[in-house]
Design a binder for this molecule. Structure first.
Ligand SMILES: Nc1nc2c(ncn2[C@@H]2O[C@H](COP(=O)(O)OP(=O)(O)OP(=O)(O)O)[C@@H](O)[C@H]2O)c(=O)[nH]1
Ligand SMILES: [Mg+2]
Length: 216
């Protein structure tokens, strides 16, 4: 179901775009040069839909359905007890960044049981932003496995929830998640457009660093 446009859409980024049609515009500016497909992946309830909502300059597409009793048996509701819906297929949004780069964001579930869906959605993507839930680090292992297996470059956004146990230091977090030293790791509040854009920029920087075509 398509949701209402987000109030917190990133006007600062839109202002960098001569020719962009303003809030809710579907039109790309003529200067748009690099159109990039990016996955926003992560475990159940980590904030994928929230992040795409907070940054999208177009009305985001969501496929939200009420949580079923069957899914409650398999998806860990700890920390997300008040959650009433879940994404059953994808989220989709778009964000134009300075430098005429346009990201098409595809939110995708990260649980192992969605592997076949994940393979289809990942087709053509240049990278992934993996959201990690500060309350349940182990819930991210499936998605980190999927993204590693696919060979997609990725950055990790650590979503800090208020009821999370304290995680001491970046190095310990990297070890707990078994991240390569070169994998970007940022903290993020998916509800905040600026914070979410910073996480996406960390991914884009990483992609540019790896891919000479993107760096031209
Ligand atoms: N404190 C905090 N709350 C967040 C953050 N991101 C999301 N939330 C809240 O967490 C809840 C779940 O967020 P969703 O965006 O539905 O998570 P999701 O990953 O799309 O969930 P599924 O599609 O069901 O897997 C919502 O109530 C959000 O407001 C964050 O970075 N910080
Ligand atoms: Mg969702």
């Amino acid at each position: 179901m398509a949701s209402a446009p987000s109030d917190s859409a990133p006007s600062a980024c839109r202002e960098t775009l001569p020719g962009a049609g303003g809030p809710g515009s579907v039109h790309l500016p003529d200067t748009a040069r690099d159109l990039v497909k990016i996955l926003v992946a992560g475990p159940f309830g980590v904030g994928k839909t929230t992040l795409i909502d907070s940054v999208s300059e177009i009305r985001p597409l969501h496929t939200e359905e009420p949580l079923s009793e069957a899914s409650a048996q398999v998806d860990d509701l700890d920390g997300v007890r008040e959650k009433a819906t879940t994404t059953v297929a994808i989220d989709f949004g778009r964000i134009s960044l300075p430098g005429d780069v346009v990201l098409y964001l595809f939110g995708t579930p990260g649980q192992e049981r969605f592997r076949s869906l994940w393979d289809d959605i990942a087709y053509g993507a240049l990278g992934a932003l993996v959201l990690v839930d500060s309350r349940r680090l182990d819930a991210s292992f499936d998605v980190l496995g999927l993204v590693e297996e696919s060979g997609l470059p990725y950055a990790v956004a650590f979503n800090a929830f208020p009821d999370a146990p304290r995680h001491h230091g970046e190095e310990r977090l990297r070890r707990a998640l078994d991240l390569e030293p070169t994998t970007p790791l940022v903290t993020c509040d998916a509800r905040d457009a600026g914070s979410s854009i910073d996480a996406l920029l960390a991914l884009v920087d990483h992609l540019i660093g790896r891919d000479p075509v993107e760096a031209r």
